[in-house]
Write a protein that binds this ligand. Structure first.
Ligand SMILES: *Cc1c(COP(=O)(O)O)cnc(C)c1O
Length: 384
């Protein structure tokens, strides 16, 4: 397809017509005034790892999420790893994981020596399909990790009922969905543990790597606090194999300044998603559906049978897009030994072929949304 001459020359002549996939500087500008004096204080005090800023953030995060205990760690992947340890999952155990997610969901299962059992996803929500999980169940399955993909809650009513029926532990991967609610309750607070990532591009992003694991169980929380800090139960005493998964002071500081703004940022994400929805209606695209209560739109992912050519057209028009995710877990070389030839994942495969993530970030303007949509309309030959 020919790139529209107007669009092409506009993108070439004027870099301002391009639209980035994300722009984190807008978030920094909103907290800079209040954060800088605290950064000065942190460097003066030398509380570079854990320390008061991390403790304050943990308390604020627990209050925000509505759960008793929040333990700051150095990444979302570490949060998942520790959650599986405290759930008692180990060699010989199997864990149900959606095949369509970021690979770290499955890494955590491998880190504890357990076996991931990959499941297909729901057509409408892109989250784990409980009916499909039920078919892949055997006596060795001990846990399930629902992922709240793109910021949309998994069907937690279905997951919790299924887990209760089969006595499975539930660990939630809420890395993309902080603040999303299912039946009014924050995702990440349904299972034994909920895991969050503060990778900079996530809805709540650190100034580097960070993560959080939450739990309502006090004994589990105590063990998590110890495990992230070399399993030091008291000074110089290490009760089990521990890890250096501590959250850095600077991350607690930045996250503490950003958390009060999260709900307003989520509102702006929802408005941008709504603007896309209205402008893209009627085109030969599958738009994301809000299926399970509220969605925090970490990503706005459309689907197109002509995804690769559409993506290329948009790139030439100066519009950056993303792919989340073009290679499902069952097609990953590192996970091949966990997939039998006879197993199929038709919905995950279709998503992997057709998914296209459009720009969506805090501070994005309606004009930028319109530019993205105009490029898509022109690709389909239906210029407004
Ligand atoms: C980002 C992410 C993770 C991993 O978090 P890190 O902080 O990058 O380690 C895990 N699962 C999902 C679904 C994610 O999006």
């Amino acid at each position: 397809m020919m790139l529209s001459r107007a669009l092409l020359s506009a993108a070439g002549k004027n870099a301002d017509l391009s639209v980035p996939f994300t722009d984190l500087s807008i978030q920094w500008r909103q907290i800079e005034g209040r954060a800088l004096p605290d950064i000065h204080r942190l460097f003066q005090s030398g509380s570079f790892t854990l320390g008061p800023f991390v403790a304050q953030f943990e308390q604020a995060a627990a209050d925000y999420l509505g759960i008793a205990h929040a333990i700051g760690v150095n990444s979302g992947t570490s949060a998942l790893h520790l959650a599986l340890i405290v759930a008692g999952i180990g060699p010989g155990d199997k864990v149900l994981v959606p095949s369509y997610t970021f690979v770290a969901t499955a890494w955590a299962v491998l880190y504890v020596g357990a076996t991931p059992v990959l499941c297909d996803i729901e057509e409408d929500s892109a989250n784990i399909d409980v009916a499909d999980a039920e078919e892949r169940l055997d006596a060795a399955v001990k846990a399930i990790i629902p992922v709240h993909l793109y910021g949309q809650p998994a069907d937690m009513a279905g997951v919790m009922a299924f887990a209760a029926r089969h006595r499975l532990v539930v660990i939630e991967d809420a890395a993309q969905a902080i603040g999303a609610r299912f039946d009014g309750r924050c995702v990440g607070t349904f299972g034994l543990c909920g895991c969050y990532s503060f990778y900079p591009a996530k809805n709540l992003g650190a100034a580097g790597e960070a993560g959080l694991v939450v739990t309502a169980d006090e004994a589990i929380a105590r063990r998590l606090f110890a495990l992230r800090h070399h399993a030091q139960s008291e000074r110089y005493v290490h009760t089990e194999l521990g890890f250096n998964y501590r959250m850095e002071g600077i991350q607690g500081l930045i996250l503490g300044h950003k958390l009060p703004l999260l709900d307003s940022w989520t509102d702006s994400r929802r408005k941008l998603a709504q603007a896309y929805h209205e402008r893209l209606a009627g085109l030969p695209l599958t738009l994301p559906q809000v299926v399970h209560d509220d969605h925090v739109f970490h990503l706005y992912v459309v689907r197109s049978k002509d995804r690769d050519r559409l993506r290329d057209y948009m790139r030439r028009a100066g519009i950056e897009t993303g792919l989340h995710y073009p290679v499902p877990l069952h097609a990953q070389p590192a996970l091949a030994r966990f997939v039998a030839d006879a197993q199929t994942f038709p919905v995950a495969d279709r998503y992997a072929r057709e998914c296209l993530s459009l720009p969506l970030f805090v501070g994005m303007t309606e004009v930028q949304v319109e530019r993205v949509c105009e490029a898509i309309r022109q690709f389909f030959g239906s210029s407004s």
